[in-house]
Ligand binder design. Structure first.
Ligand code: PLP
Length: 388
């Protein structure tokens, strides 16, 4: 067999750090062990019935079975604009400032190809959702990491951004995966000021905008005056409507940036299946009180996990948004991978080692609230034995 060489861009990606844990999980499950998986950010609940019904109806319409228009079903764009105005009080032009995506990850992955030339500098946070690193690497961008520290509420420091010479772009994500931190409007105002002065494109990932607690709604960067001059924001149906498998999201903001992403996409894919776009329209029009139920569910799980583990002496903060608990590992473990391995080996509980999200994630684990509350109680009891 000839040796097949992979591209430099693929070889540049770091080894998949979660692989070891994942292999251990599969082995444990094959042995018939009852694993509680707090590792994956994929909600356990089903998509609301009204959305599924809308998809079924749309599939029966032959008009929906052809290539979609690149920029999406016009009604989906007007519904997104209506939703956005209601949620953030921001006007978006459905004709040029909104673009449907095959999930927000697809858009985030393609966007650097629209604006980054090989060698261009890009600011990413550390830790971060790993897809950004891959996206920038594929475009040939040079990554500089901004550390996210608990002391700064896991927000990048403006002085770190100002101190770095000539970056082309920055990617921020609040509510944050993995730290569950939220950004204030004051942070966004400063970010817009600094990036406008330096002509840095801002990418804001708002995939978790609707997963929040105590009624405190995370803002959009587009609420800040002048943000639309330099920012593009990515939104997702995945977490809000339990639609992870459907692959639907949108990009919005600066029309030039949105059009540039559209140009990449029209050369890569031909848009989102029309029937799924119809289901997206149904999602935006369903009784949004159901999303309140989702928040209550996550809040109950969050409280069960955090208060449960605190009772056994593990100190951690209550997240204000997203469905993750990001916590320093108990001092008895030397690093996050060892901690995650011991939890799996001794408690049959999977957590994600923080180092998988970047160097600054070392010393932390991420626990996803994506299992029912009874299983969270069970996980707490099992982990307590390892902590003792
Ligand atoms: C921070 C963040 N952004 C984007 C995504 C991608 O979401 P989707 O492609 O399902 O819209 C995820 C998925 O877990 C995420 O955690």
């Amino acid at each position: 067999m000839p040796n097949i060489e992979l591209s430099d861009r693929l070889n540049q990606l770091p080894p998949y750090l979660f692989l070891e844990i994942d292999r251990a999980r599969r082995e444990a499950q094959a042995q018939g062990r009852d694993i509680i998986n707090l590792g994956v950010g994929d909600p356990d609940q089903s998509t609301p019935k009204s959305i599924i019904e809308a998809l079924k109806k749309a599939v029966d319409d032959p008009g929906n079975l052809h290539y979609p228009f690149d920029a999406g079903v016009p009604k989906l764009r007007t519904e997104i604009a209506r939703w956005f105005k209601g949620r953030f009080n921001v006007e978006l032009d459905p004709a040029g400032e909104i673009y449907p995506l095959i999930g927000s990850k697809e858009g985030l992955a393609h966007f650097p190809l629209a604006v980054i030339n090989p060698g261009d500098k890009v600011l990413l946070t550390d830790p971060a959702y790993p897809a950004y690193q891959a996206a920038v690497t594929f475009a040939g961008g040079k990554i500089h990491y901004l550390p996210l520290k608990a002391a700064n509420n896991f927000l990048p420091k403006m002085s770190d951004i100002e101190g770095y010479k000539d970056p082309r772009m920055i990617i921020v994500c609040y509510p944050n995966n993995p730290t569950a931190a939220v950004a204030t409007k004051e942070f966004y105002t400063e970010l817009v000021r600094v990036c406008t002065e330096r002509n840095i494109i801002i990418v804001s990932d708002l995939a978790y905008s609707e997963v929040y607690y105590e009624g405190i709604k995370p803002p959009s960067i587009l609420e800040i005056p002048g943000a639309k001059d330099i920012a593009i924001e990515f939104h997702s149906f995945s977490k809000t409507y339990y639609m992870t498998g459907w692959r639907l999201g949108w990009a919005c903001g600066n029309p030039q940036l949105v059009a540039a992403l559209g140009k990449v996409k029209s050369n890569m894919d031909s848009g989102v299946f029309n029937a799924i776009q119809q289901a997206g329209i149904a999602a935006l029009n369903m009784d949004q009180a159901e999303i309140g139920d989702m928040r209550r569910d996550y809040q109950e799980r969050r409280d069960a996990l955090v208060n449960g583990l605190r009772a056994f002496g593990w100190k951690m903060d209550l997240p204000k948004a997203a469905f993750y608990v990001w916590s320093k590992i108990p001092t008895k473990f030397p690093d996050s991978l060892t901690c995650a391995k011991e939890f799996l080996d001794k408690a049959d509980v999977i957590v994600t080692p923080g180092v998988g999200f970047g160097k600054q994630g070392e010393g932390y684990v991420r626990m996803a609230l994506t299992v029912p509350v009874e299983r969270i109680h069970e996980a707490v009891q099992r982990l307590a034995k390892v902590l003792a």
